[in-house]
Write a new protein. Structure first.
Length: 89
């Protein structure tokens, strides 16, 4: 079994009010030195078959049309190795 991860983030030019709220809260909680925070989404897809070019093309299409709003978000697709019992290496 293989795992493909799709990370979705707001484009840099789009304001991120949730990230800004987290950034403002961190010093109050005792965490210093954080210059910026951006919040995003992570999708983990477990594939039944191999991660070949066709599977990656399908996942890219899925991310572009369903998982991300490409007007305001960018996405990356990467493959993770999966160890026994579903744990990522």
């Amino acid at each position: 079994m293989a795992r493909v991860v799709v990370d979705v983030m707001l484009k840099p030019e789009i304001l991120d009010p949730q990230g800004q709220a987290v950034q403002r809260a961190l010093p109050r909680l005792g965490f210093a030195g954080i210059a910026d925070v951006r919040q995003g989404k992570r999708f983990e897809l477990e594939l039944e078959g191999p991660v070949d070019d066709a599977a990656l093309a399908q996942i890219n299409t899925m991310a572009e049309t369903f998982l991300a709003n490409t007007v305001i978000e960018d996405f990356t697709v990467r493959v993770e190795e999966v160890a026994d019992r579903g744990e990522a290496k």
